[in-house]
Design a protein around this ligand. Structure first.
Ligand code: NDP
Length: 250
């Protein structure tokens, strides 16, 4: 197993982020994963990765709070290993609602976490990865959503718009860093079987939407993780600024 360097996975305690952390550790990454509140789950995941011979640590971080992000990067610096990968995965969606009924507070929180948080995390990562001569570097994968192109009409236009901004960040940053040895890409998952739907008050959403799709099922977190691992890997060495739909044909 080749040592690949340090990979930061935000929102790595559950769902897609946890699947990325597990698979990345198997591929030789040293994984630093973050959780917001589920410390026990994060610690259990780290323990299971270590039991299987992998390297991992977990760190508390609310990506909706800049001070918390800066503390996270202090901890990352303390790991004394060069940061070579980032999966900008932490994200939230609120309950289904038409825009007319959304509070400003809800919209601000969604934007703070999904966009501003992703921007600040990316900025701090780039400061540690980018080299003007392109010798070192790394790879960033942003976790967007197919909602960015569908729009979230009547349910979560706030979330969809925040993911649209993630797509634009991906394209712009991909070009900005193309000469500095850092690739930036995004995956756009469709409906994936994780807690995010129950947390948003709609646990039936996975089956309801999944059965209506061309592939007639929801995706598994591991299926998104595999696409993310590809974009992080050397097999994707000529891929940057790309948006990869992982959506069962949605
Ligand atoms: P989950 O709800 O299963 O997991 C969310 C993760 O993010 C957890 O680790 C959680 O930590 C962490 N998190 C939540 N809020 C914050 C915050 N403010 N700061 C830091 N970390 C936070 O979500 P998914 O795995 O489903 O989603 C991961 C990403 O995939 C999100 O960006 C989401 O928008 C995107 N996505 C998901 C789809 C799906 O159908 N599941 C479809 C399209 C995109 P803790 O455990 O401590 O709460």
């Amino acid at each position: 197993m080749t040592e690949k360097g340090l990979l930061l996975v935000t929102g790595g305690s559950r769902g897609i982020g946890a699947a990325v952390a597990k698979r990345a550790a198997k591929k030789g990454w040293t994984v630093a994963l973050t959780y917001r509140s589920n410390r026990q789950e994060a610690e259990a995941l780290v323990a299971s990765i270590r039991d299987e011979g992998g390297r991992a640590s977990c760190h508390q971080c609310d990506v909706g709070d800049e001070a918390s992000i800066l503390r996270l990067f202090e901890a990352i610096d303390g790991l004394d290993q060069p940061l070579r990968g980032l999966v900008n995965n932490a994200g939230i969606v609120d309950q289904a609602s038409p825009l007319a009924a959304m509070t400003t507070e809800r919209m601000r929180r969604v934007f703070d976490v999904n966009i501003l948080g992703a921007f600040i995390v990316a900025r701090e990562a780039i400061r540690r990865m980018a080299r003007s001569d392109g010798t070192a570097g790394g790879a960033i994968v942003n976790v967007s959503s197919i909602a960015a192109k569908l729009g979230g009409a009547g349910t979560y236009v706030d979330y969809a718009a925040s993911k649209g901004a993630i797509d634009t960040l991906t394209v712009g940053l991909g070009l900005e860093l193309a000469g500095q040895g850092v690739r930036v890409n995004a995956v756009r998952p469709g409906i994936i079987d994780t807690d995010i739907h129950a947390d948003a008050g709609d646990p039936q959403r996975v089956d309801r939407v999944g059965s209506s799709l061309p592939m007639q099922r929801a995706g598994e977190p591991e299926e998104v993780a595999d696409a993310i691992l590809y974009l992080l890997s050397d097999e994707a060495s000529y891929v940057t600024g790309a948006l990869l739909d992982v959506s069962g044909g949605r």
